[in-house]
Design a protein around this ligand. Structure first.
Ligand code: GLN
Length: 255
């Protein structure tokens, strides 16, 4: 196994603001999946208000309410140059919900407040008429070669991707972006999604994909029977719920 000169630096950005829905678990899982393979890794917390370093290997942005998002957006904009340098150096970005929304040009909150994002992705988000809450199942872009993704969502925002952007995947159950039947965004080493769960403990193949990008090589397998069983159960439950909802709506619409 080629040893890596330095530890894999897994950055958790502004967890006090973008940690409402437990997305810290994404950082814990990445560090743990390195440890299980004897790969040195460290969790680097970037406190709200602190500058975001350009030296991390992975940048994890989690979910948060609208108010927290305002403060997080300000901090991210102040560090936008560092984030862009990191991205151009091959760093990986996984942004969930509020963090995902802030990768775009702007987020229009329910009260009409306009929040400028990083503009790393050509997309805009605006609060919709209701919140999308519940289990989500996403068929990921085939280029990722990972199985169906499971998670849960809780957001009011609806995200519209620009014409040249590609989604993370197609929504099989739940809402996702709430526009066009897709979830998230996939651009180079940026993955955005509405999947909480947290998404990486729920989907170990996605966690390993990010680590493969960081390490530049395939990873030795680890025992994922438990998380795989959880994912299968959640996908089955959500898909069944999805079908039950479709049958109910069909009957209601038929009258
Ligand atoms: N505040 C944003 C929204 O409601 C993001 C919510 C979240 O991060 N779960 O859409």
């Amino acid at each position: 196994m080629v040893s890596r000169a330095s530890a894999v630096r897994v950055g958790l950005v502004f967890p006090e603001l973008l940690g409402t829905y437990g997305d810290r678990g994404n950082a814990v899982v990445l560090v743990e999946r390195c440890r299980r393979r004897g790969i040195d890794a460290e969790l680097v917390e970037v406190a709200a208000g602190a500058p975001i370093p350009d030296s991390l290997d992975v940048y994890l942005l989690g979910g948060g309410e609208d108010d927290s998002q305002v403060m997080a957006a300000a901090g991210m904009r102040e560090s936008s140059a560092a984030i862009e340098r990191a991205q151009h150096s091959g760093a990986v970005i996984l942004a969930v919900c509020a963090g995902f929304q802030l990768l775009g040009h702007r987020y229009e909150a329910r009260g009409g407040e306009q929040l400028d994002g990083l503009g790393l992705v050509d997309m805009t988000t605006a609060a919709g008429p209701s919140r999308l809450i519940g289990e989500v199942v996403v068929e990921p872009d085939p280029s990722l070669r990972i199985p169906t993704l499971s998670g849960f969502e809780n957001h009011g925002g609806r995200t519209r991707l620009g014409p040249d952007e590609h989604p993370l995947g197609r929504v099989l159950a739940g809402g996702g972006n709430g526009v066009g039947g897709v979830d998230g965004v996939l651009r180079e080493r940026i993955i955005g999604t509405y999947l909480h769960g947290p998404v990486l403990p729920r989907n170990p193949a996605l966690a390993d994909l990010l680590l493969t990008w960081v390490l530049g090589r395939d990873l030795e397998p680890v025992d994922d029977r438990l998380p795989d069983e959880l994912r299968s159960l959640r996908v089955a439950a959500a898909t069944a719920t999805g079908w039950r909802a479709r049958v109910r709506d069909f009957k209601l619409n038929r009258g």
